[in-house]
Design a protein around this ligand. Structure first.
Ligand SMILES: Nc1ncnc2c1ncn2[C@@H]1O[C@H](COP(=O)(O)OP(=O)(O)OP(=O)(O)O)[C@@H](O)[C@H]1O
Length: 230
């Protein structure tokens, strides 16, 4: 579904992503794990087209995305929830979700399915986004991304700054989305327990290189923890 190969990305003269390659299959949840500064956000920003890559290919469902602007990548089936969520705090919950419709080609109203996935957003639809808790804002950011009916959802560190009980809820929501839709999820993470709840496959990035790739079934949690600790 999403095939990335030979990806190289630089900030100025300094290359920070070196020959990264991975494939996320249809209906798979792939977790990209790594400590701060290892390159997760840079990879995600490159996939959605905020950053340019120096080399490599990004192919979504057979379509090469290299060179396309972000909105064309969204139209092709990619959706992105950035680190820090980036919701519009002065807009209501409903208006935030409707903002996602602007990039959706087929739809003019928020599908009911979105509110059945996120009942809390239904209750709070007239509240300002800025008045929601961190976990609710994360749900809002995911809901906004889903209205474009993406084939691949990119989630950059969805648990950052969120308390443990709510992290469990977010994992539950992602698993529900997987059951309700044909969707591939690529999620960057540092929290192994969350990843083990949601991912089918785990990869580890270190200093811009993919250094580990394993199915969740039978993965060695201690080994992954060692990659994640300083
Ligand atoms: N705008 C920038 N200009 C120059 N270097 C940058 C810039 N953004 C990130 N970097 C560098 O690129 C490398 C990868 O950073 P990146 O933010 O992708 O890591 P990350 O794994 O997402 O970490 P975090 O979890 O802290 O966001 C780091 O060495 C970082 O210092």
């Amino acid at each position: 579904m999403l095939e990335v190969s030979g990806l190289k990305v630089s900030y100025g003269q300094s290359e920070v992503i070196h020959d990264v390659a991975f494939t996320a299959h249809k209906n798979e949840t792939l977790a990209i794990m790594g400590r701060n500064g290892m390159g997760k956000t840079t990879v995600f920003k490159t996939l959605i087209g905020i950053l340019k890559h120096n080399a490599g290919n990004i192919v979504l469902d057979g379509q090469e995305l290299t060179g396309l602007p972000s909105h064309a990548r969204v139209a092709a089936g990619l959706a992105y929830v950035p680190q820090g969520r980036m919701i519009f705090s002065h807009l209501t919950v409903l208006e935030n979700i409707q903002a996602g419709l602007e990039t959706a080609t087929q739809r003019s109203r928020v599908p009911d399915e979105i509110f059945s996935m996120f009942p809390v957003l239904q209750e709070m639809r007239h509240r300002k986004g800025g008045n929601l808790s961190g976990g609710q804002q994360q749900q809002l950011a995911i809901a906004r991304a889903l209205v474009s009916e993406p084939k691949v959802l990119l989630l950059d560190e969805p648990t950052e700054g969120i308390q443990p009980s709510i992290i469990k809820e977010i994992a539950h929501t992602l698993n529900e989305i997987q059951q309700m839709r044909d969707i591939t999820i690529v999620v960057s993470e540092q929290i192994l327990s969350f990843t083990l709840d949601v991912a089918d496959r785990l990869m580890v990035i270190e200093s811009g290189n993919m250094v580990h790739d394993v199915a969740r079934e039978g993965c060695d949690a201690e080994k992954i923890t060692a990659f994640l600790s300083v």
